[in-house]
Ligand binder design. Structure first.
Ligand code: HEC
Length: 157
C-alpha cells in the first residue's frame, strides 16, 4: 500500500513537472510569435512608407503652393521637368548655384534680374553671358515666402 502511494506521488510529481514544462514552452512560443508579428508589422509599415515614397513623393504644403505659382509665372520659360532648358535655363539645383551668395540675392534676381546684371553680380553676369539677349520677366510682386514656395517646388521635382 505504501509502495503504491509513493509510486502515485512520484507519478503526480512527474505529471506536474511535465505540465509545468509544457506551460513554459507554450509561454515561450507565444512570446516568440508575438515578437515575430511585431517585427513583421514594422517591416510592413516601413515597406508601405518606402512604397509611397517611390511612387510619388507627396508634396509639402509649401511645394503645393509653389507649384501653382510656378505654373502661373515661370513655366512658360522654365521647363516644368526642371532638367531641360527651354526659353530659360532648367531650374534643378538652382539653390546650390546661388548657395555662395545671400539668399536675398536669389530673391532679388527673381524680382529684378537685370538690376543684378547691371550691378555685376557674379552669378547674374554668368547667366546673362550665356542667355542674352533673352530677358527674364521681373516678378517684383512675389514675396520672399512665395519665392521660397517656388523653390520648394523646384527642389521637390
Ligand atoms: C520670359 C521668360 C522667363 C520667365 C517667365 C521666367 N524666367 Fe527665369 N530665366 C529666364 C532666362 C532667359 C534666364 C537666364 C538669365 C537671363 O537671360 O536673364 C532665367 C534665369 C532664371 C534663374 C537663374 C537660374 C540659375 O541657374 O541660376 C532663376 C532662379 C529663375 N530664372 C527663376 C524664375 C522664376 C522663379 C520664374 C517665375 C516666377 C521665372 N524664372 C520666370 C527666363 C524666364
Amino acid at each position: 500500500m505504501e509502495n503504491t502511494n509513493a509510486w502515485l506521488l512520484q507519478l503526480k510529481a512527474q505529471l506536474f513537472a511535465l505540465l509545468a514544462l509544457l506551460g513554459v514552452l507554450l509561454l515561450f512560443t507565444g512570446l516568440f510569435a508575438y515578437r515575430q508579428m511585431e517585427t513583421r508589422q514594422k517591416e510592413m509599415e516601413q515597406g508601405f512608407f518606402c512604397g509611397t515614397e517611390s511612387m510619388s513623393s507627396p508634396l509639402s504644403p509649401a511645394a503645393i503652393a509653389g507649384k501653382e505659382l510656378f505654373t502661373a509665372n515661370c513655366a512658360s520659360c522654365h521647363n516644368k521637368n526642371m532638367v531641360d532648358d527651354l526659353t530659360g535655363p532648367a531650374l534643378r539645383g538652382v539653390e546650390e548655384r546661388w548657395a555662395a551668395y545671400p539668399r536675398q540675392d536669389l530673391y532679388h534676381w527673381i524680382r529684378h534680374s537685370q538690376q543684378m546684371v547691371k550691378a555685376n553680380h557674379p552669378r547674374a553676369t554668368a547667366l546673362w553671358t550665356k542667355w542674352k539677349p533673352t530677358l527674364m520677366n521681373d516678378f517684383s510682386g512675389l514675396t520672399d515666402e512665395q519665392i521660397e514656395q517656388i523653390l520648394a517646388y523646384v527642389a521637390s521635382r
